[in-house]
Design a protein around this ligand. Structure first.
Ligand SMILES: Nc1nc2c(c(=O)[nH]1)N[C@H]1C(S)=C(S)[C@@H](COP(=O)(O)O)O[C@H]1N2
Ligand SMILES: [Mo]
Length: 255
């Protein structure tokens, strides 16, 4: 018969408290309902932007993008391979901005500050310490190849040309000499130690169609970001224009 005895642990809730809780629960329900309806109405009435996304959703996407770029762009490194692993026949892919051939009259233009643009020769760059990287180069089209590159580590280049203050900016932009191919990369990925201004492939000067005289190698990113034939380099807090991002690809294109 003990089951009919009241449990001394059980609190007897007075009627008034029950009513109060019901009112709170019901108010929350109404609030959520109204909130949901308002959000829906806002999304429904908002004009869609160029990418078919309403500004409210776009804000959410942007916040996510910032979060991901924060967590995934730092401290990452692409797996390294040995030079023997590297393929001898490197695929050529993408020829935007690659018309004609370049010669030694080429200069790397670096917009250091307003009114202060460096004009560097290949010899200037070859004087800096050389770094070699062998990694699995991945294209968004689905293929990948282990390839071997040599050049100046981007962070070494920045030090040599007093560009440390520019690392306080969020992005580095690069453009081909004819301005038809261009990319933007986030600063943490640019500062990653495998990122090179490359002038060699398989121990030889870059072939014309693979970016002679200088290209970007940024192993933490997909191929679209490895701009071949660098003409201009600049630094900015705004996202530099990006050829494939304009076509709808992910701006960060990280691996
Ligand atoms: N100037 C320029 N750089 C470019 C491209 C391009 O079309 N033009 N294509 C990109 C893409 S999609 C890839 S996969 C790589 C290919 O580099 P590779 O030709 O040396 O294999 O270059 C990238 N850099
Ligand atoms: Mo690619």
């Amino acid at each position: 018969m003990s089951r009919y005895l009241p449990n001394p642990e059980e609190k007897i809730v007075p009627d008034g408290a029950v009513r109060k809780r019901s009112i709170i629960a019901f108010s929350m329900f109404i609030l959520l309902l109204v909130g949901g309806a308002l959000l829906f109405a806002r999304l429904y009435n908002e004009p869609q932007s160029a990418n078919n996304v309403q500004p409210t959703l776009r804000k959410g996407l942007k916040a996510n993008e910032r979060l991901f770029s924060l967590f995934y762009s730092k401290h990452r490194e692409a797996k390294s391979f040995t030079k023997d692993d590297a393929v001898k026949k490197v695929r050529v892919n993408g020829d935007v901005g690659m018309d004609g051939t370049l010669d030694t009259t080429w200069r790397l233009k670096v917009a250091r500050n307003p009114g202060d643009t460096l004009m560097l020769t290949m010899d200037d760059l070859k004087k800096l310490p050389k770094t070699e990287v062998v990694f699995d180069f991945k294209c968004v089209e689905g293929w990948s190849q282990v390839t071997w590159w040599g050049g100046v580590r981007f962070s070494d280049f920045l030090k040599a040309y007093n560009l440390a203050p520019q690392t306080g900016l969020k992005y580095v932009g690069m453009i081909t000499p004819d301005e038809t191919y261009y990319v933007g990369n986030d600063m943490p990925s640019m500062l990653q130690p495998q990122t090179l201004l490359a002038y060699e492939m398989n121990g030889q000067p870059l072939p014309q169609n693979q970016g002679y005289p200088l290209r970007l190698i940024i192993p933490v990113k997909y191929g679209i970001k490895h701009l071949k034939r660098i003409g201009v380099m600049y630094f900015s807090n705004d996202k530099p224009k990006d050829y494939w991002a304009e076509q709808g690809y992910d701006y960060y294109a990280g691996l």
